[in-house]
Ligand binder design. Structure first.
Ligand SMILES: Cc1ncc(COP(=O)(O)O)c(C=O)c1O
Length: 488
């Protein structure tokens, strides 16, 4: 079949087939895709097709060959990295938007929700009157925030860096535990990766305030322009939260942009037992959060919040273009005066607040998830995950063959197998981890804490619950005992 109109399939019946395939996939009774790769590669690895198969056949191929060989990321036993499978609400909202409102800047119900959902998140996370913009992930969200910081720092010395570039060395201060997207952002923004000064952390992975102060004093003496202080609200490694209030005060004293990377950890603020750790958030000029991490959105949803969106506008605005019908300039007009049709926008130029022009509606995903379970549901999920990490901490502390390397305030616990007869604990735990993951049931990652290799379960998924903690601990003890017996 090669008729191009064949693509006009009946969405309802085709989606129902895909839905069945996905429900089956989520049972995780299929083997890992790596084990079946000879089969699916033989089917998929074909030369460029001249003739189309038609949408029914494409759907069948998706259901029979591709979906069953997807990733373990949505598996409840997966607790590696900081990523998870999307919730059903997010999947439905993403699908709906891809058809009914493919862009984020027109006057549709979907796009009204773009701003509404950002405001909801600002309220959910105590961000006051900060305004936001969505982007594809924490990497871009950090880049956008630091673009605002660059604009702020150089405007103070009379330069518009977005127009003229930078004319002097500048500095970003971030902890040695910061996510590497901070350095990459510095590279992309033309500051150079080496402009990021990594500040030492304490044994809990939090930036040392005194070390920041001395680095800053040294740079000020050397005439280096301080551009931003970047704090973590939940490090990727251990979930540590930097002393936000103290760092924010230093930033304020020197009029330096204060950025908080809460890509993973910002939702932790919902857990009342640790809300106090987020004091100081009010001092931030920018904050990021990734709904595609702890909130369960499909991958591709992050948000940057700023006190003043005009910094983003000046940093990222596009040159005017006739083909955009002056949409950027519409931002100056009151929406009431210029909206005549849903092809007009709401006067909020998201495309000038970041690096994407075409972009999907992402707010609809956040809206759907909040509408589905409300603040109460999100809060109890965050509390449940934090409890799971705390449970591991307590269990491992009290178990003679386990040791805790980092007690997190959030949903990560770093622990490992331990026995006095093991001479190289790093190597032993690395082997234990490889066996564990190959079993394809419990899949934490590893990391290093204070130079020591550790298992690192991180719980953020909507499908994560205490069952996975109990199973993981039992599996670690079983495999550890087995390895120990082999080496004796
Ligand atoms: C603290 C932090 N910041 C930024 C990022 C980058 O986010 P993304 O992978 O969505 O680009 C991550 C990713 O895990 C992270 O943990």
């Amino acid at each position: 079949m090669n008729n191009e109109l064949a693509e006009q399939g009946n969405i309802q019946s085709l989606l129902s087939k895909i839905g069945e395939g996905l429900d089956q996939f989520l049972k995780f009774d299929h083997p890992d895709a790596h084990l079946t790769k000879d089969q699916w590669m033989a089917t998929l690895n074909i030369p460029l097709p001249t003739q189309g198969l038609g949408i029914e056949a494409v759907t069948d191929e998706l259901v029979t060959t591709i979906i069953p060989n997807g990733s373990p990321v949505a598996n409840p036993g997966f607790s590696s990295f900081i990523t998870t499978g999307s919730t059903t609400a997010s999947t439905l909202a993403t699908t709906a938007a891809s058809i009914a409102s493919p862009q984020r800047y027109m006057g549709t119900a979907f796009n009204f929700i773009e701003e509404l959902s950002l405001d909801w998140m600002a309220s959910l996370f105590n961000l006051g009157s900060m305004k936001g913009v969505y982007s594809s992930g924490g990497s871009v969200a950090n880049l956008i925030a630091l673009g605002g910081a660059r604009q702020h720092a150089f405007e103070q010395v009379g330069i518009d860096p977005s127009a003229f570039g930078i004319d002097r060395p500048c500095r970003i201060y971030a902890s040695s535990e910061c996510h590497h997207t901070i350095q990459r952002s510095a590279g992309v923004l033309g500051l150079g990766r080496n402009s990021v000064k990594l500040i030492d952390c304490d044994s809990q992975g939090r930036m040392k305030v005194t070390a920041l102060q001395s680095a800053l004093d040294e740079d000020l003496k050397a005439g280096i322009l301080p551009m931003a202080i970047v704090a973590n609200a939940g490090t990727t490694n251990t979930g540590a939260i930097d002393p936000l209030a103290e760092l924010g005060q230093i930033a304020q004293q020197h009029n330096i942009w204060f950025h908080v990377d809460g890509a993973y950890g910002l939702p932790g603020i919902l857990d009342k037992r640790i809300t106090h750790l987020y004091e100081g958030l009010a001092l931030a000029d920018s904050v990021i959060v990734d709904p595609h991490k702890w909130l369960g959105a499909s991958v591709g949803v992050a948000a940057t919040f700023v006190k003043d969106r005009d910094y983003l506008l000046r940093a990222f605005t596009q040159e005017p273009a006739d083909y955009l019908e002056g949409s950027a300039s519409q931002a100056d007009e009151s929406p009431a005066t210029h909206i005549e049709h849903s092809l007009d926008d709401f006067g909020i130029p998201y495309f000038d607040f970041g690096v994407e022009l075409s972009a999907p509606c992402r707010g609809i995903v956040v809206w759907a998830m909040i509408r589905e379970i409300g603040v109460e549901g999100l809060t109890s999920r965050v509390v449940r995950h934090n409890d799971m990490a705390t449970f591991i901490t307590k269990f491992a502390t009290n178990h003679p063959n386990l040791e805790v390397l980092s007690t997190s305030h959030l949903s990560i616990c770093c622990f490992r197998y331990h026995h006095e007869s093991i001479t190289d604990l790093d190597k032993f735990n690395q082997r234990l981890h490889r066996r564990l993951v190959r079993e394809n049931v419990y899949m934490p990652s590893t990391t290093k804490v204070n130079g020591m290799l550790t298992l690192r379960p991180c719980y953020i998924g909507a499908r994560h619950n205490q069952t996975q903690v109990d199973g993981l601990l039992a599996a670690v003890l079983r495999i550890g005992e087995g390895l120990l017996a082999e080496s004796i």
